[in-house]
Every structure is written in C-alpha cells, then in structure tokens.
Design a protein around this ligand. Structure first.
Ligand SMILES: [Zn+2]
Length: 314
C-alpha cells in the first residue's frame, strides 16, 4: 500500500524548498529550486505552480500526494488560502495563492505563514516535543514567530498572530525595513547582523571585508571567537533577549525555541540573549524561562506545513 504523502513547500525570499512528507513526519523526498523576480502576481503564481507540478511528477512514484501545504514568508490567512502581503517576494498584496494553486494542481492546497509552520514542526518532531505550549522565533532574512498553545497553532483573529519581528524592543532604536524604529527585526535578523558587523568594522577604521559578507559567515566567525563577529551577534542577542522577555511576560510558554539561519550562532547568541531576558524578568518568574535552540533546521517549516495539513484531509 502506498503511503499517505503531503507535499510540503517552503517559499522564502528566493529559495523554494520541497519535501514529500509522510504521516509520521519523515521527509521521504526533497528538492529545491530558485524563484525569479516578478513584476506581476500572476507570473509569480504561474512559476510557483509549475515548480510544484514538477516536484509532484518527481514524487509520483510515492503515490499521488493527498494535498499541498505551502509555508510562505509573509502574512497569510490560512482559512482562505490568502497571502495578505509578501514583503520578500515582489511586495505583492492579497495573493489568492490557495485557490489558484488548487485549480492548477488539482489537489487541496493549504497556505500558512512559514514561522507558524516552523513552530508546528519543532513542536511535532523537534525541540518542542511534548510541550503543551511554545513560542518559536525564526531568525532569518527577517524575523518571524509562531505560537503553539495547548498543542495547537494559535493564529489569531485574522491569521497573523506571532508576527514578533515588528514588535518594538527599543523605542527610537535602529530603523527597520518596515519603516518603524527599534523593531526586533532591526536587531536579530540576518540583515541586521550584517549591517552591525559592517558598522563595527568601519568604526574600527578598517574597511568592511571585500565582497559580500553573509550572516552565515559572521555567525561562523563568532563561533570561532572573532571579536567584531561576537559583538555583532551580541547586538542581535540583546534585541532577542528583550523579545524573549516580552513573549515570556505575555504568553508564559513552557518553552521558547530559537530557530532560523541566525540561530546557527548557537551559544554566542543564546547565552547573552537569555541573560538579557533574565535581567528583565521578575527573578521569581525568570527561573521558569526555558529557551532552546531549534533542532530541525530548514526542515522545520516543511515538516510543520505537512503536520498542519494531515488533520484536514478527508
Ligand atoms: Zn519593523
């Protein structure tokens, strides 16, 4: 008998990742593709449908997928398959991705915010296993978040709960991509770390390293003790610590998970972030704070996207 398979798709800024996920949360086939740049929503959707169709053909030997779960880096309304806003993909608004893809692919398509997917993935198979409640920070190009309450994703009234990246952790702080000042994203995103690292290098009178320096390189340097890199990650940690304290005061989750590419920095990031958070919280409450690094890496969003789809299959 062929297994029940859900095709999970994770659409970030430019990378598209696919996983055929079985009902036990195992990724049995994977692939990736690059997205282009788009002037029109219809071009984006057409390309996306073509790419998913291609993966469906590859996965055909596993059986016809029951549905597609699309994790998307933007504000989504999963009840309508709608993407409100896609800041990293053309800046489009109100994309009816779910209904369009269903017509093109001929299977049910569910759309969900990618950080919600990651939170559910880590809850199911990763660092949050067994927790009744958790909050997950995803620190990537931008900063996202997802809330699991009593074992279920909490989406809020319009579907946008957990958008922690644009909560303000420092009034009048650094300018964020959204136009406001002092957002968590302006501290703890990959973009912010690169900016801070270059600023520190310039302040030392040294030219910033030639070519493009990436957050991945900086977190790698930080792990090896490079001073400027440690300081840039420390800057992210400070913002993250304030964000952690705010989330803990607001939701009191059993565990807080930190994932996304920036979390590769490991202890250099989480150590000072947790110290910052504990310094803010009432000491009587701080002892209940549990912060863990995500364990599923890039797979969290794929596994979570599938997990959200399985119960909806008839
Ligand atoms: Zn912002």
């Amino acid at each position: 008998m062929k297994r029940d398979i859900v095709l999970a798709v994770d659409l970030g800024g430019t990378n598209l990742r696919f996983g055929a996920v079985d009902s036990r949360g195992r990724i049995v086939l994977r692939a990736s593709a690059k997205m282009g740049t788009y002037r029109r929503k219809s071009d984006l959707l057409g390309d996306l449908a073509g790419a998913i169709d291609g993966f469906m053909a590859e996965a055909a030997a596993l059986g016809r997928p029951r549905a597609v779960g699309l994790g998307f880096a933007g504000c989504t309304d999963s009840s309508r398959g709608l993407i409100y806003f896609a800041p990293n993909v053309g800046g489009f608004k109100n994309i009816g991705a779910g209904p369009y893809l269903e017509r093109r692919l001929g299977v049910p398509v569910f759309v969900e915010n990618d950080a919600n997917c990651a939170a559910v993935g880590e809850h199911w198979k990763g660092a949050g296993r067994g927790a009744r409640s958790l909050f997950m920070f995803t620190l990537g190009t931008g900063v996202g978040g997802g809330v699991v309450m009593d074992g279920r994703i909490w989406r809020g009234a319009a579907g946008t709960a957990g958008e922690v990246g644009h909560t303000i952790v420092m009034a009048g702080g650094p300018r964020c991509s959204c136009g406001n000042r002092g957002c968590l994203e302006a501290f703890a995103s990959a973009t912010a770390i690169v900016k801070e690292y270059r600023r520190l290098k310039r302040a030392k009178g040294r030219a910033a390293p030639a070519g493009r320096v990436t957050a991945r390189q900086i977190t790698g340097l930080a792990r090896r003790g490079d001073k400027a890199a440690v300081a840039a990650v420390g800057y992210a940690a400070r913002g993250l610590g304030m964000g952690i304290a705010n989330i803990f005061n607001l939701l009191n989750p059993e565990v807080i998970i930190v994932g996304g590419g920036v979390s590769r920095a490991g202890r250099v990031l989480l150590g000072p972030a947790v110290r910052e958070a504990r310094g803010i919280l009432f000491p009587q409450l701080a002892r209940f704070l549990r912060v863990k690094r995500a364990t599923l890496g890039d797979d969290a969003a794929l596994i979570g996207a599938a997990r959200l789809v399985f119960p909806r299959l008839k």
